[in-house]
Design a protein around this ligand. Structure first.
Ligand SMILES: [Zn+2]
Length: 413
């Protein structure tokens, strides 16, 4: 029953909802398979709608498949505060990635509704469509379209391994869970996303709250090497144009000169292909991918230029073509929001520290539109996107408490 008192996080209710949501797509080994725009994903929407009915939240969606639960404020002229994350998982995902942020946000809206108070500003809980990119690559589709970084028509054309397009899956879901429509990219006052850390910094520091200062930058490439096929027994070494030899030289130079440039560099060659990939044939073609990340924009730029220079310098006697894929600069969250969240954590008695997110999140796109921030809680061993993903109930509650404390004043200003 609603009661006129300060809103308070109900940690037991939040934990029960997390466990119940984890049953939708449960793998049977502690994990969750709830990929974007599947029947399980639709069932998760239905479950959240069911929970939110008693709190009188308004359920809506937009054409990009983003899902909204709204607690209306008394002044509809004020743009809402957005809080949330994502509900989709990898095929062998965990119970907390994304789900924690959405359910912590729902718990904040539930707590405010239960307290019987109605702030001037509207609070909207959001679940972004396809953050993980597990079924449809790349991820962060819903938030990218919402922020105008990608076009709806382009993401609708992307297909999964079974050749089902995002467009067809979106239309199917709209039929399965029909909801009123909201315009893509509607204005909002601020965005805060709570998430598990997916690394071990908080665990090592034995602190329940991370104030996320930003997201490290990332550049990715595909490198195609074209040489000439030859017979392993007869082709003269001096005149070979061996694509594997060039690839080996290039990769070792990249590891030697880029990967170890400083301790903050993350450098990965993740996929390698060789054609024809036969034991007695000099390969005519080879390709590999490069994933380069760094928190400092200037360093990322400099190392990116070095990658491209080495690929040009070491190409001969083959031809090397470099295709740029991602180019996401490092980004920083709103300084005033970070200060505020830090003071909220301190006042609540939850120890916190500032840290950088190594992984990408939907908040990256929201930061383009309005002041944005993220709150991390630890996850055991830093393990995420795995069935063994685990967060402690006390940390889940602490994260939701800091989120609620951060959001409340934003609703009255
Ligand atoms: Zn996530």
């Amino acid at each position: 029953m609603p009661s006129d008192s300060a809103p308070k996080i109900d940690g037991a209710r939040l934990w029960e909802r997390l466990m119940a949501l984890a049953r939708i797509g449960a793998t049977g080994r502690g994990g969750v398979d709830r990929q974007a725009l599947t029947d399980n994903d639709a069932a998760a929407w239905r479950q959240l709608i069911q929970w939110s009915v008693i709190h009188k939240l308004r359920a809506e969606r937009d054409d990009a498949g983003n899902f909204f639960l709204t607690l209306p404020g008394t002044d509809p002229s004020l743009p809402p505060v957005l809080i949330g994350s994502h509900l989709d998982t990898q095929t062998t995902g965990g119970m907390f990635d994304g789900a924690f942020g959405v359910l912590a946000a729902l718990e904040c809206a539930s707590a405010i509704a239960d307290a019987g108070i109605r702030p001037p500003r509207t609070l909207t809980v959001v679940a972004w469509m396809n953050q993980t990119g597990s079924r449809f690559a790349p991820g962060m589709m819903g938030s990218a379209v919402f922020a105008g970084a990608r076009r709806l028509v382009d993401i609708r054309a992307v297909s999964d391994a079974a050749r089902v397009t995002v467009g067809a899956a979106l239309d199917k879901r709209q039929g399965a869970v029909p909801l009123p429509d909201r315009p893509i990219g509607f204005p909002f006052a601020a965005y805060i996303e709570a998430h598990i850390e997916q690394a071990t910094i908080l665990e090592a520091a034995n602190l329940p709250i991370g104030i996320v200062t930003g997201i490290q930058g990332k550049k990715t490439w595909r490198v195609d090497i074209r040489g000439a096929e030859g017979d392993a027994g007869t082709a003269a070494m001096a005149t070979r144009r061996d694509a594997v030899a060039t690839m080996a030289l290039l990769i070792s130079a990249l590891y030697g000169e880029v990967a170890i440039a400083d301790p903050a560099v993350k450098f990965t060659v993740g996929r390698v292909t060789v054609d024809p990939n036969a034991p007695a044939i000099v390969a005519g073609r080879a390709s590999f991918t490069i994933d380069l990340r760094h928190p400092d924009h200037a360093v990322l730029k400099r190392l990116g230029a070095k990658v491209e220079m080495l690929c040009k310098m070491l190409a001969r006697p083959c031809a090397v073509r470099l295709e740029r894929l991602d180019n996401a600069p490092p980004m920083a969250f709103d300084a005033r929001l970070l200060d505020w969240i830090e003071s909220v954590a301190e006042a609540a008695g939850h120890g916190s520290m500032r840290l950088l997110s190594a992984a990408g999140h939907d908040a990256r796109y929201m930061a383009r539109l309005a002041p944005s921030a993220m709150i991390f809680i630890p996850c055991r061993g830093g393990i995420s996107h795995a069935e063994t993903e685990w967060a402690e109930p006390a940390h889940v509650t602490a994260g939701a408490e800091v989120l609620l404390g951060s959001v409340l004043p934003l609703l009255t200003s």
